[in-house]
Design a protein around this ligand. Structure first.
Ligand SMILES: [Zn+2]
Length: 104
């Protein structure tokens, strides 16, 4: 596997900056240069995205698959099942876009 070159390095210990939302190096505690840090609004945006994904995950964890009814399912159950399926697709899309952001 190819070693990824960190975009920013600590000026104190020359190690890659792991977390750009904190102002200090996680290894040696040195102050990170301003360009290595995320702007506060970027951090807030990222946190908001994280909260949204967590909410989606919690929703998915609560999801109970609609029971197959032996006596024939009602139309309402089918619609409900389809809506839930669309939610899952939406969630997968969120996950993919998050991966894209992390790789960015
Ligand atoms: Zn350091």
């Amino acid at each position: 596997m190819k070693q990824l070159e960190p975009k920013f390095r600590c000026t104190g210990c020359d190690r890659g900056v792991l977390n750009r939302s904190v102002a200090r190096c996680l290894y040696c505690g040195a102050d990170l240069p301003a360009e290595a840090r995320l702007a506060p609004e970027q951090v807030a945006q990222r946190d908001a995205e994280h909260v949204r994904l967590e909410a989606n995950r919690a929703r998915l964890a609560q999801y109970q698959p609609p029971r197959v009814q032996a006596e024939g399912s009602k139309a309402a159950d089918v619609v409900d099942g389809m809506a839930t399926g669309l939610d899952v697709i939406d969630l997968i899309g969120d996950g993919l876009s998050l991966v894209g952001k992390l790789l960015d």
